[in-house]
Design a protein around this ligand. Sequence first.
Ligand code: SF4
Length: 387
Amino acid sequence: MKKTESYKGFEQGPIRPPSEADSLLIRITRNCPWNRCTFCPVYKGSTFSLRPLEHVLKDIDLVRFYVEEILNERKTGRATPRRGYMSLSPLSSDSGKGDMLALHAAYNFVSNGMRSIFIQDGNSLIIKPDDIVRILKHIKEAFPGVERITSYARSHTIARISDENLQRMADAGLNRIHIGMESGSDKVLKRVKKGADKATQIKAGQKVKRAGIELSEYYMPGLGGRELLREHALETADALNRINPDFIRLRTLALPADAPLTKEFEAGAFQKMGEVETARELLFFLEALEGITSTIKSDHVLNLFQEVEGVLPDDKKRMVAPIKEFLQLSPEDQMVFCIGRRTHCLARLRDLKNPRLYDYAQQACFDLGATPESLDVAVEEIIKQFI
Ligand code: SF4
């Protein structure tokens, strides 16, 4: 007989999208049920599991309890020591494990205005539709003021959910889904073991839109390597043109030590591109986006151009301008920009025109011993510090 899992307290998973920094995180599954994408180190070595429904509901109740205590404290001016709340809570696990986490989550949630909730981990929509609807309803009952409930989901999973069930989730409050499309090229998707082809990515994206749920699609510049640069850019743009997601989020490829793709790179089986080639790919991609009204977001530290943000089609010209300008710079100035941006001496390409900032960035190149020829090696070293 299968042993029933006992409640071990409030849990949180390891990641959330950058745009969910202010959100309360509610973990409904652990890790990723697929876990084979070669560029993704996040859940490698961890086993996927579903959390029992009643444990998730208990987590929500626990945070709600702390939120009410915090709001009451603010209203009455009564200061309860943080640990004092825990002895008050009738909902804690036997060990009290996870309570401090729940209390911190409640504090963050209250401080950020209690507007958004992100449900974790890597593919939450894999649980039974009835269960997710129940969780969403419970969240809405506990926090009626919440404006946004968001989740990560795989295209493969969404493509198998009926339109009716997706609509039930939307009606219960799920109003944004983040999909890691990464690429629209079947060759790239197969190589990186994404577990979804282009047709599935398009089908899933269109289903989410049909359900009236806001859709964020992630594109990973660089994932096709040097060999598939053009195909990766154009096929991804084509897939997105067929979906018209609300957001297209850029997340440039990095190679963390524990990602299988890093081993391929070290063995010479994957040709990672440098800054200039990746910029060229990004330009191909942006120029191929046609007939859609998506908002482009460059909300990740790994992206070279944080100014590539705007709403299509009106801002397209403005978004491609800095990339074109960068590609026309001398190798020396390209290096100063890349190192300057990666070391935070510069934020945007136009900062190169500020003599004081230019000097800082040039000094950073000197300190790192970077030359135009060794630029990409120097950048890799810097990037290792923040992945
Ligand atoms: S589906 Fe997402 S979380 Fe899972 S391995 Fe792939 S990228 Fe990582």
